[in-house]
Design a protein around this ligand. Structure first.
Ligand code: BEZ
Ligand code: FE
Length: 260
């Protein structure tokens, strides 16, 4: 039998010890009897086997980590990366005088939407050539490469800001959606009497040399799920107003990156 080599690492040791310490406090406080403990372990086992550990962690813990790191710091607040980002999205080339078009099927269902943004840094300097990854759900509330049968990179893409830090994207209005609720995560939410809905949002990742990568989301004023987002991802500086222009919807937001 080959022996497992474990590299000692002070930080990992510290974090794992804290994890055990606080799990014990939790078990004591919850006053679990042995039968309850066994059901809890069985539920956690199903969570892992059904591949929902990242989903569960993103719903209950990711926002907490981000809030602790960035609240009260200058710059745009980050929000959840979530489980639906995939690598390798297509590069969307800009054509002079035209908005970028997020990868979509011919006649993509949904409300036509133009989103404008500007990227600057905490000193107020506009940032040109920032790499922006964008992804969102479709008019059935689904993400390509996951629960939708759309092509793998549908409503996903990356592009760059112009000379003045601006970008404009032609897409569709994203929809509020339910996180997967038929597995162990949904079962857990059911026990807590918590609905599985997230407000509609656009996902963004901004990368610029000399700056911290900013992963965030944009939400829409008036969305009925803003205050009870199951994943607690909403921040006030991430809200935009959706304006109705008759033939299409329009909105905009400015983003501010922190220096590395
Ligand atoms: C999302 O933003 O896509 C997401 C975040 C947490 C859990 C599920 C989805
Ligand atoms: Fe999402």
């Amino acid at each position: 039998m080959s022996e497992k080599v474990i590299q000692k690492n002070a930080r990992v040791e510290e974090v794992y010890n804290l994890f055990i310490k606080h799990m014990k406090v939790f078990l004591e406080e919850a006053n679990l009897n042995h039968e309850e403990y066994t059901s809890f372990v069985n539920w956690a086992d199903r969570l892992g086997r059904e591949g929902e550990l990242p989903l569960f962690a993103d719903v209950f813990f990711e926002s907490h980590v981000l809030r602790a790191m960035y609240t009260d710091k200058p710059g745009t607040q980050p929000s959840l990366l979530g489980p639906y980002f995939i690598e390798g999205s297509p590069f969307i080339e800009s054509e002079p005088g035209k908005p970028l078009e997020l990868t979509q099927r011919p006649g993509e269902k949904g409300e036509l939407f133009y989103f404008k943004g500007n990227v600057s840094n905490v000193d107020g300097k506009a940032l040109k050539n920032v790499k922006i990854e964008m992804w969102q759900n479709d008019a059935s509330g689904k993400y390509s490469a996951f629960d939708s049968d759309a092509p793998r990179y549908n409503l996903r893409g990356h592009f760059y800001t112009d000379e003045n830090g601006n970008f404009e994207v032609k897409t569709i209005v994203p929809l509020p959606y339910s996180i997967p609720d038929q597995g162990p995560t949904g079962e857990f939410l059911g026990y807590m009497d918590q609905h599985p809905m997230r407000p509609a949002h656009l996902h963004f990742m901004f990368e610029a040399e000399g700056h911290e990568t900013l992963i965030t989301q944009v939400f829409f004023e008036g969305d009925e799920w803003l205050e009870t987002d199951v994943a607690d991802g909403v921040r006030l500086d991430l809200l935009t107003k959706l304006k109705d222009k008759g033939t299409h919807k329009e909105s905009s937001l400015n983003f501010v990156m922190r220096k590395a």
